[in-house]
Design a protein around this ligand. Structure first.
Ligand code: NI
Length: 256
């Protein structure tokens, strides 16, 4: 039986309220043993922690997404720091910059991102980065403020040139459902060329549903479709792809 690791899922989302336990069971039936539930706000971080505490193979990341950066106060940083020390909290995330939606002012996004990188350093845990149209500033900030930390760029959608920069800095890249889309040449090229020991897989569910389920809710079981597509692109077996990506995730998140 293969063991897959969905390294980025929002199973706390209200879209899963009606059938969350079934979703987790369905994932296990597809070989998805581990799920990391990524926080994006204070509320979703709290829900991620609760899910991780109540399910042995679910882990949490806590953090505030750039969309909500404008709302973070000092009390929130203290709460994040408290959660971050819990054993089932595997990472700080998702954090970063989003210049596509620009829902918080850019200087605020940068400050909140930097403070959460400091938190990752303080608790000795990796970070999970959301980067939308902000490659230059993200690179700048991680070069200055994340030295010596480990982390992953989630749902990586950049060019192979950007990927090479991040690989040089020692980071992992996580590939999601878009690799299965038509016209996905750029991400397929990255998926083909990332060294196998730097590659993670994810769903980002309920968003970014892979082919052939596009138009429906995404869920962790579908990370298998991502794994199958990357294995096909790399011309290796699903077993090899699964073993490598799950090993990588356990290394990054310090599991077992
Ligand atoms: Ni996400």
């Amino acid at each position: 039986m293969i063991e897959l690791f969905d390294t980025h899922a929002h199973i706390d989302d209200e879209q899963f309220d009606a059938d969350r336990e079934d979703v987790i069971i369905r994932a296990a039936e597809k070989g998805v043993k581990y799920i990391l539930c990524a926080g994006a706000s204070m509320e979703s971080s709290a829900r991620a922690v609760a899910l991780a505490e109540s399910h042995p193979d679910v882990y949490a990341a806590v953090g505030v997404h750039p969309h909500d950066a404008g709302t973070v106060n000092e009390e929130d940083y203290l709460q994040l720091a408290q959660w971050a020390t819990l054993p089932k909290v595997a990472a700080i995330g998702e954090i970063g910059l989003d210049y596509y939606y620009d829902l918080s002012p850019r200087d605020v996004q940068k400050t909140v991102f930097g403070r959460q990188l400091d938190l990752a350093r303080q608790v000795g845990k990796p970070f999970i980065i959301h980067d939308r149209d902000a490659h230059g500033d993200i690179l700048d900030i991680v070069r200055k403020q994340a030295q010596g930390l480990s982390g992953v760029f989630h749902c990586f959608s950049g060019s192979w040139e950007m990927a090479k920069e991040l690989l040089k800095l020692g980071y992992y890249l996580a590939i999601g459902g878009p690799v299965t889309f038509k016209n996905a040449a750029k991400v397929q090229r990255v998926a083909a060329q990332i060294p196998l020991d730097r590659l993670l897989i994810e769903t980002d569910c309920p968003y970014l549903t892979p082919h052939p389920h596009r138009g429906h809710r995404n869920e962790p079981a579908y990370v298998r479709l991502v794994a199958e597509e990357i294995a096909r692109i790399r011309n290796i077996s699903l077993e090899e792809l699964a073993a490598a990506t799950t090993f990588n995730a356990k290394q990054l998140f310090k599991i077992e």
